[in-house]
Design a protein around this ligand. Structure first.
Ligand SMILES: C[S@@+](CC[C@H](N)C(=O)[O-])C[C@H]1O[C@@H](n2cnc3c(N)ncnc32)[C@H](O)[C@@H]1O
Length: 371
């Protein structure tokens, strides 16, 4: 089992976006970050756990592994759970929710295993157990090894805490940030999203350019864990490396409600001074004056049979306007099928990995600078 200063930290990735999350974690100085199925593992103390929640744009959750032990029947699990040093991690006054899963193990009844953990926490620590608990403790049993983890994030991290308005079919912030990274965006070039919806790509890009940490506006479950140090956390938040940018990040959409939502979201995020949103149909977009940069867009996918045919002409107009007017710009398109991507007639590079967006399989299609 790890000591308090050498925790195994598991960053949950969007399936398919493990590699850019690992690159981000390494760039941010998370020790020994490496990709594993479903995420990235790194090591550190509690301050690293807090920093991962504050700074990493691509993690959906930050879990901390509390310990592992073998157990082949419920009585053994019960005994180990009662001896577990819960007070090192949890607070007696904060309600806990326990979730359990079991795979290829002699303890196959996840519900019964969950009850053993719940009873151990409530009887040995005194913390209340509730399905609405602030703190989520996870028990995973795999091949007779029980692993206990705690969710240090609480609400999923794509909820940045500064998005009052949501338009139709929004892209999750964590995914948008990783797609920007996959397009080579590092905050030093302008970005334009011509179908911006609620403005997710534009707002993530502006925040990256300004060096604003994604978790600056929200609270986290770790604030209610035993090892939380308020003063240290406050300093970490203040120490975040914000800077100015001369760049402007733009979005347009044909839908007036989308533009209103984007403006409200950018203002709430405190980045309205470096963003511009305008109501345009995609066929009317023009590149802004100044240096070239990145066009990134997720056009409508269409969920029903027959939609693809209808959408091809929209993708065709998008490609047409980009080829005609956006010389020197790179393009990133997030969509479902190769047919839709090809309908743009853009010179596409080999596509990125398949990414699971809540059950819909999507991919990033990129170009180099357009000639
Ligand atoms: C999948 S949503 C984009 C979601 C966005 N990335 C976000 O995170 O909220 C597609 C957007 O394309 C816009 N759209 C569809 N046809 C368009 C057109 N011809 N010109 C401009 N925008 C269009 C829709 O209004 C919608 O907001």
């Amino acid at each position: 089992m790890e000591t308090a200063d050498d925790l195994e930290i598991f960053l949950i990735a969007t399936p398919g976006l493990e590699a850019p999350l690992c690159a981000e974690a390494l760039e941010r100085g998370f020790a020994q970050a490496r990709t594993v199925k479903g995420g990235v593992v790194c090591h550190g103390g509690w301050p690293e756990v807090w920093r991962a929640n504050l700074e990493l744009r691509g993690a959906n959750k930050v879990l901390v592994r509390l310990g592992s032990f073998p157990a082949v029947h419920l009585a053994q699990l019960d005994k180990r759970a009662r001896k577990f040093p819960w007070a090192r991690y949890l607070r007696a006054d904060v309600p806990v929710k326990v979730e359990a899963s079991s795979r290829k193990s002699r303890i196959y009844h996840a519900g019964a295993a969950r009850q053993r953990i719940e009873r151990a926490i409530s009887e040995s620590l005194g913390a209340p157990i509730s399905s609405e608990g602030t703190i989520r403790v996870l028990l995973r049993i795999e091949k007779d090894i029980c692993t206990l983890s705690v969710d240090s994030s609480g609400e999923p991290l794509h909820k940045r805490g500064h998005k009052p308005a949501v338009a139709k079919a929004p892209m999750r912030e964590t995914m948008a940030a990783m797609f920007l990274r996959e397009c080579g965006f590092d905050g030093t070039e302008p970005v334009l999203d011509p179908m911006c919806g609620s403005g997710t790509f534009v707002i993530e890009a502006a925040e990256i350019a300004l060096g604003l940490p994604p978790g600056r506006s929200r609270s986290f479950a770790f604030e209610k864990l035993a090892k939380f140090d308020h003063a240290l956390w406050h300093n970490m938040q203040l120490g975040a490396n914000a800077h100015e940018t001369q760049l402007i990040f733009r979005g347009s959409d044909r839908n007036a409600g989308a533009i209103e939502a984007s403006i409200a979201n950018a203002d709430e995020a405190g980045i309205g001074h470096v963003t511009r949103f305008q109501q345009y149909s995609v066929s009317d977009i023009k590149p802004p004056e100044g240096s070239t940069g990145l066009v990134i867009v997720n056009p409508p996918y269409g969920a029903r049979i027959g939609d693809e045919k209808r959408l091809r002409s929209l993708y065709g107009s998008l490609g047409n306007v980009l080829i005609k007017r956006f010389k020197g710009w790179r393009v990133g398109i997030v969509t479902t099928t190769p047919g839709l991507a090809r309908a743009t007639r853009l010179p596409l590079l080999p596509p990125g990995p398949i990414v699971d967006h809540g059950g819909t399989k999507i991919r990033l299609y990129r170009t180099g600078p357009l000639e």
